[in-house]
Design a protein around this ligand. Structure first.
Ligand code: CA
Length: 236
């Protein structure tokens, strides 16, 4: 990801936009705030944001119309912020071209996890080759088969999904929250206990050794980092 990920926050209530702007800045994002539909359209084209957070009810219009207008020109990831929680509105929100939605009230932590998940899903540069090789480990995405030094590894569905998520971001830290949102449930928010259990199993199957974790590194207090092929080739 680039150092400056621009986020256009379209929200007329400063009680929501002020704390959210601070939270986004703390997370390393560069937020820009629009308070009306007209301002949103103007800033969506002039600032070329990497992602848009779009409130449904704006003083001069409907967020869904803003979303449709943006979609005519742009595939920018859009998360709708809505106070309406009915199924119909959720479906409509996605039919008009939004990528995701968050129902108010939400915590900034929850929203940021969703932002990261969406950016990862939509980032073309993170596409994996169909067969990925790192050290003695080979992962074939199409056949969902992983081998270690030529020997097949018996991975459960979740373990394989987890492995793919980690490898997709090889070389960078993936937070526990990202993994929970990507591998378990995109609406997830809460304990990561189950993740730690699965990480433990996956590690064991990858031949984990505390003195030499090789593939799956723990980044204390944050999450995990998978090794890159370069780390292995340079060690030879
Ligand atoms: Ca509003």
């Amino acid at each position: 990801m680039t150092s400056e990920t621009r986020i256009l926050l379209v929200e007329d209530e400063s009680s929501i936009s002020d704390p959210l702007t601070s939270a986004l800045e703390r997370e390393g994002f560069a937020p820009v705030v629009a308070r009306t539909a007209a301002e949103a359209l103007e800033l969506a084209s002039s600032t070329e944001p990497d992602l848009i957070l779009l409130d449904l009810m704006l003083p001069d219009g409907d967020g869904r119309d803003v979303c449709r207008s943006i979609r005519v020109h742009s595939a920018v990831p859009i998360i709708m912020l809505t106070a309406r929680g009915t199924e119909v509105d959720r479906i409509v929100g996605l039919e008009i071209g939004a990528d995701d939605y968050v129902v108010k009230p939400f915590s900034s932590g929850e929203l940021i996890a969703r932002i990261r998940a969406l950016l990862r899903r939509t980032s073309a540069t993170k596409e994996l080759p169909s067969v990925f090789q790192v050290g003695d480990l080979t992962i074939d995405q199409a056949s969902r088969l992983a081998t270690l030094a030529g020997e097949p590894i018996d991975l459960s569905r979740k373990e394989f999904d987890l492995l793919i998520e980690l490898v997709r971001s090889a070389g960078t830290v993936v937070t526990r929250e990202q993994l929970m949102a990507e591998v378990w449930d995109e609406n997830w928010f809460g304990s990561t206990k189950t993740l730690d259990v699965h990480i433990g199993w996956l590690r064991k199957k990858l031949g984990y050794d505390t003195s030499d974790p090789r593939y799956l590194h723990t980044v204390r207090g944050v999450g995990f980092r998978f090794a890159t092929p370069e780390e292995f080739s340079s060690a030879v």
